[in-house]
Design a protein around this ligand. Structure first.
Ligand code: PLP
Length: 401
């Protein structure tokens, strides 16, 4: 049995819960008090005693991000790099691969837009072929199709775990099995996974994973993490190196860092790094399995209630569905729904554009409303949300008639 979340305490430690309904946790969640205190305390120290001096004073605390992140995803601290966001973390690993004309990258229809742009850039530069593995009928990556696409030309399997624009959870473990048996490096973009569901990089079998601090981990913005499997680190020389990632030994020689720090910069968002370690501690203290169970049950409740509203169509795909709930209404545009909800102090976002383009264009979607749930949200908030949403979509409908 996993312990259940003390929702009252979680809400007490999330000050905005008194004022707003925050269903935008896939955009940026709310920092809990201990994380916000850590962040502000660090910045205050920089203000009072100086930036270098504060880094020295906090040196042990700053190092903790590696060990707590390692605990979070079951790897070694030396396999973790702290980066300014998930996209750059992912880029630093991806652009370290050397491709030749005819090499293939296998990815998924749910792939994040920035990653697709990076594939296309390398396709232009090196003649790489980018292949979107089709989805199965449920909307998740088709594992059989993936298996059939494996050949000597495939140099990389790189997928998004949970897309930014839908509730889908791709079967990462099944993808990992195929990558391992074919001995092909596997990158997992788990920006929406880490902090929401348990992640074990060995159980998944991914070689590289990126995530961001501000989403389900509830850390500050401007923070991200990269995991690179030990065996792969020495084979991957990042496209950019500074004197933290490498050491200048003579005027004509440098030595590159042996661990994942080769993917870092010397200058970092130190306050954010410290606060992120506190956010990870905080998440681990609730238990990620407990967090997942509460998120899934709330999100399923929300989907059930949405499905009872006539003009609403839920757009989440897949067999396993997570805390990201997306929908459209035949009566009113997603952006207008978002704006109308905001007048009731309900935060949602819309998913559109690059982020979900491959998947959305295949399904004839341009924009959806995204209500993303976290463990501090409540059944009562969902009820209120549904009531308000009904008035919004029905009012609009009646006006149209
Ligand atoms: C948010 C997100 C990213 C980008 O993370 P940043 O920290 O903003 O760079 C990448 N991939 C997915 C699937 C995301 O949801």
């Amino acid at each position: 049995m996993t312990k259940s979340i003390d929702v009252l305490r979680a809400r007490k430690e999330t000050i905005a819960c008194d004022d707003i309904i925050h269903f935008n946790n896939a955009g940026a969640s709310l920092m809990p008090v201990p994380v916000s205190e850590a962040l502000h305390g660090y910045l205050r120290s920089e203000e009072r005693i100086g930036g270098y001096e504060t880094a020295e004073k906090y040196s042990e605390s700053l190092e903790r991000v590696y060990s707590v992140a390692a605990k979070l995803i079951s790897c070694s601290p030396k396999e973790i790099a702290f980066v300014e966001n998930a996209t750059r973390a992912w880029d630093l690993a991806f652009y370290s691969f050397k491709f030749k004309p005819g090499d293939k990258i296998l990815t998924t229809v749910a792939e994040y837009g920035s990653n697709v742009i990076a594939y296309l850039q390398q396709a232009r530069r090196f003649g790489v072929e980018v292949n979107f593995v089709p989805n199965d009928e449920s909307g998740q990556i088709d594992i059989e199709a993936l298996r059939n696409l494996i050949d000597d030309k495939v140099k990389l399997i790189s997928i998004t775990h949970i897309p930014t624009g839908g509730g889908l959870v791709n079967p990462a473990v099944e993808v990992g099995k195929i990558a391992r048996s074919a001995n092909i490096p596997f990158i997992l973009d788990s920006c929406q996974g880490v902090g929401q569901i348990p992640i074990d990089v060995d159980a998944i079998g991914c070689d590289i994973l990126c995530t961001t601090g501000r989403k389900f981990l509830r850390g500050p913005r401007g923070t991200g993490l990269l995991y690179v499997r030990k065996e792969l680190i020495e084979r991957l020389e990042p496209p950019m190196l500074d004197q933290h990632a490498a050491e200048l030994i003579t005027p004509y020689e440098y030595k590159i860092c042996q661990d994942a720090k080769r993917f870092e910069n010397w200058e970092q968002f130190f306050a954010g790094k410290y606060a992120l370690s506190v956010a990870i501690d905080y998440a681990l203290s609730w238990g990620i399995e407990s967090i997942k169970q509460r998120i899934y049950s709330l999100a399923n409740l929300l989907r059930k209630k949405l499905s009872q509203i006539d003009s609403i169509e839920i757009t989440d795909e897949g067999i396993e569905k997570c805390g990201i709930v997306t929908f459209t209404s035949g009566n009113i545009a997603p952006r207008e729904i978002k704006q109308a909800l905001a007048t009731y102090k309900i935060n949602v976002s819309t998913a559109k554009g690059s982020g979900s383009l491959v998947s959305f264009s295949a399904r004839g979607l341009t924009e959806v409303v995204r209500a993303s749930i976290h463990y501090f949200n409540t059944e009562e908030e969902i009820d209120y949300f549904i009531d308000i949403l009904k008035t919004i979509v029905l009012k609009k409908h009646n006006k149209c008639k």
